[in-house]
Design a protein around this ligand. Sequence first.
Ligand code: SF4
Length: 463
Amino acid sequence: MTEQQPWLIDTHAHLDHGQFDHDREEVISRAHEEGIRYILTVGCDLESSRRNLEIAGKHPFIYAAVGVHPHDAAQLDEKALTQLRTWIQEGSKVVAVGEIGLDFYRDRCPRDIQRQAFRQQIRLARELKKPIIVHDRDAHAEVLQILTEEKAVEVGGVVHCFSGDLAMARACIEMGFLISFPGSITYPKNEEVRDLIRQIPVDHFLVETDCPYLAPQPRRGKRNEPALVRHTAATIADIKGLSLQDVCRVTNLNASKLFGIGEADQASRIAYPIRDALYLNITNRCTNSCAFCAKFKDFTVKGHGLQLDHEPSSEEIIAAIGDPAGYSEIVFCGYGEPLIRLETVKEVAAWLKARGAKVRINTDGQANLVHGRDVLPELRGLVDAISVSLNAADAETYQRICHSQFGLPAYEGVKNFLREAPAHIPSVTASAVAMPGIDMQACEAVARELGVDFRARPYNDLG
Ligand code: SF4
């Protein structure tokens, strides 16, 4: 692993597979050397679950899931269930029940037996409070139905090797499930799944190899192994326009939260990189209380924890930035309204401009109302770009969505701010979140009327 290469978790491997019998330890060492910091090796039947437990027992960074695959569902009698229960209760390395589910593609086991085994193992997972790893092949509707009826939401889990459509993905996410992608997303003909990845926020993803199967394109047709999971993460980064670091940070955090594997670094961030930009989180206070604001549920953005324990001073912010060279821009953003701290923004922006950095502010546009004066001239020469959340084409809708502390007059204040901003700041954009109830066309028309650019921001996809 090079210094720049971020670490990763392969959340779905079959290290017990016979294809690894001659060089299993080498495969495991290679994964570790390549920065695959943790591996979850997943059982398909009782024997493979037992072997995976053995492998996990030998390596501190390998964890196991135990369960019976739909192909082998006929194996799941009372004795088998008792064995699974014992393993889960006694094995500190057992982090999930899986893989379990329905496979109506190969139909190797009668469907009724598959359904029953799936239900029984979800019940076991709920009894023992373990997440589940779901196998779904050509059985999307029934998988969803059983997950719902068996209240799988209580333990959560992941649909591995996700093969459903956008509606299925959204239904899984709605239920609190993650979706996981293997190396096959790198195959040239798999445009459909890449299109799906484009439409779902990375915050709901895991990456996996499903090795020894589904080797990524560069090794297609050969045996797959955990070290190759990086290709999947890199492909997701490419599709989403993110950096590999972003995808690793987010998927590692997801795996850590779901399976309790590894260290979930949720330390409060003042400066946080996303793509090639550096964002600054200088306050959690805000003059709005937007209906869509994710901070009311979770203070995480692209794997960064943004809940501040105090508002950082200019010195602390500058120390957190370090060297601004190398970033495409430095953005005052975070989970709060940066211009509430106008003097701090001005000090830090001046420091950044003196070092040749490009500075942007993401704001709700209510700074003039907060400070009781026109603050835009004070930003001249310090700020290259400003992005103002408009979010509505009229004051009533704005207040219904954004709940400004300034009430109905807030919208006119935002519009005035946008109207005046181009006189002081080179690039001014009004934005709106593309969520139900927001008329994007009308918002764009308002932006044009005010003489500024417009940008539609995706709903539920932050950063
Ligand atoms: S303006 Fe931004 S930080 Fe403030 S409540 Fe709205 S979405 Fe959240």
